[in-house]
Write a protein that binds this ligand. Structure first.
Ligand SMILES: Cc1ncc(COP(=O)(O)O)c(C=O)c1O
Length: 465
């Protein structure tokens, strides 16, 4: 894989199954159906995939196979996780070496853990680079939860600001900042003192304005909330922001927006936390999505693509902040298991070697995919907007381009089934569940990318009338 600055498509192709897509049965096939039936009877369907009918049996690079032998182009990457590809041979090698050496060490120091903490500090964005202290967790949700706890101690303040459309995880604090109805309804009461403010979802601007003539009124509104008396924001500890929102529709903040938010935080004395769990680890064409903006975060929560095939997440904060958190105040039995550290280290190596060639490629390939989609979208009345940075592409589906009315849920299901049956794994997100997201492994070949776009456009024609 280490082929120099420009990745050779032929080398990347070796990481995936040769022939993809290759469909033998309809989805789910008989073997997958049996597994799904058993799964529905034995597992809580509160899980992220609910009853989505894809069953994984094998995975390689940017391709996956189901139990019936159907081979798919995987535009989902386990929800933006398998950045260096599933079962990457280099990762497997690192894993095998570590498995024979040490895996669990409790929450004590281990050789790989220290190496990883140092490595992470070296790949942080400006402001945190070579100045970051990391706390390890096993999920993005746990990273956010820990951040909330630490920030209360660091600042001595109690309130948190989050955005409409935000997704920050499943535990009480993160869930309280998360806005999706399905995660909230009937699960309250939530953590008190969370203030929600508008995110710049320009396709559906809550102020009815247009960028850039809006002059980023939504950002100035957040500044007003944070820095004006009588807004209820009297004790804000931190603002949690996704530089590109994930769950609520792959919505990137427009240029200039986050800079205003950061300044508002500084004026207020609140910390700026960049939640990079989904958008980080190279996915947007930069190591961290915040690097597309002129903003130095105080803290980053990360996960997904950093661990890839194994659960690894954490938060990284400025040293002076970390010093304010008491020793022994947050034990975590499985944190930084040596095996997961070895994998994360190899993932970071693959992502960042050769001047971040794979990450740069993600930026380029994402732009190519978006361009191909845009060309196809011209003749479709149902593709409202294509947006996103790098390999975090959102395709907003609508009833028609004039009204922007979201495509209805039943048709979205049909569209996803059409995609699956033609051999492309992808599923929706968005405030109305009407955004198809392309979040493939960064090692996706250009050939597979073009095929996935072609299949998507065919699927729209077949499923959306
Ligand atoms: C921005 C963001 N934060 C936090 C989380 C929670 O991460 P996890 O599912 O690993 O707990 C996610 C998951 O999708 C996310 O996208």
């Amino acid at each position: 894989m280490d082929t120099g600055k420009n990745y050779k498509e032929s080398d990347l192709a070796k990481l995936s199954y040769k022939e993809a897509p290759k469909m033998i049965t309809s989805v789910p096939g008989p073997k997958a159906l049996k597994i799904l039936e058993d799964s529905f009877k034995s597992e809580s369907m509160a899980r992220g995939a609910g009853r989505f009918p894809m069953v994984y049996a094998e995975g390689k690079g940017a391709t996956s196979v189901d139990p019936d032998g159907n081979v798919y182009i995987d535009m989902a990457a386990g929800v933006a996780v398998n950045s260096v590809g599933r079962c990457n041979p280099r990762v497997i090698k690192a894993m095998k070496e570590q498995m024979g050496t040490l895996m669990h060490a409790g929450d004590m120091s281990n050789v790989k853990r220290t190496e990883l903490a140092q490595k992470i500090s070296s790949v942080m964005p400006p402001g945190l680079r070579d100045n970051a202290i990391t706390y390890f967790t096993q999920s993005g949700s746990a990273a956010v939860e820990t951040a909330i706890k630490f920030i209360r101690k660091i600042t001595g303040r109690s309130q948190f600001v989050a955005f409409h459309g935000a997704y920050h995880g499943i535990f009480l604090g993160g869930n309280s900042m998360t806005t999706g109805n399905q995660y909230r309804k009937d699960f309250g009461p939530f953590m008190p003192d969370v203030i929600h403010v508008p995110y710049p979802y320009c396709y559906r601007c809550c102020f009815g304005l247009e960028y850039p003539s809006c002059n980023l009124q939504c950002a100035h509104y957040v500044d007003y909330v944070l820095n004006t008396p009588y807004t209820g924001a009297h004790d804000v500890a931190a603002v949690f922001v996704e530089a590109q929102q994930g769950e609520s529709g792959y919505v990137p903040a427009p240029p200039g927006y986050l800079e205003i938010i950061k300044k508002a935080c500084e004026k207020n004395g609140a910390l700026y936390v960049s939640d990079e769990v989904q958008a980080g680890a190279g996915r947007t064409g930069k190591m961290w999505a915040i690097e597309h903006y002129d903003v130095e975060p105080d803290m980053i929560t990360w996960g997904k693509g950093m661990g890839g095939d194994v659960p690894m997440a954490g938060l990284s904060m400025r040293k002076d902040l970390a010093e304010k958190v008491a020793d022994y105040s947050q034990p975590n039995t499985w944190a930084a298991n040596a095996l997961t550290c070895a994998v994360c280290l190899e993932n970071i190596n693959i992502l960042t070697e050769n001047d971040r060639a794979l990450i740069n490629r993600a930026g380029e390939l994402g732009a190519e995919i978006s361009q191909q989609l845009l060309e196809g979208a011209q003749s479709s009345p149902f593709i409202g907007e294509i947006r996103g940075k790098g390999l975090m592409v959102g395709i907003e589906m609508v009833e028609d381009k004039e009204s922007h009315n979201p495509l209805n849920p039943d048709t979205m299901i049909n569209l996803c089934m059409e995609l699956l049956n033609r051999g492309v794994i992808s599923f929706p997100c968005g405030r109305y569940g009407n955004v198809i997201r392309f979040m493939p492994p960064l090692v996706l070949t250009r050939k597979h990318a073009a095929k996935a776009v072609e299949i998507f456009l065919e699927s729209v024609k077949a499923a959306v009338k």
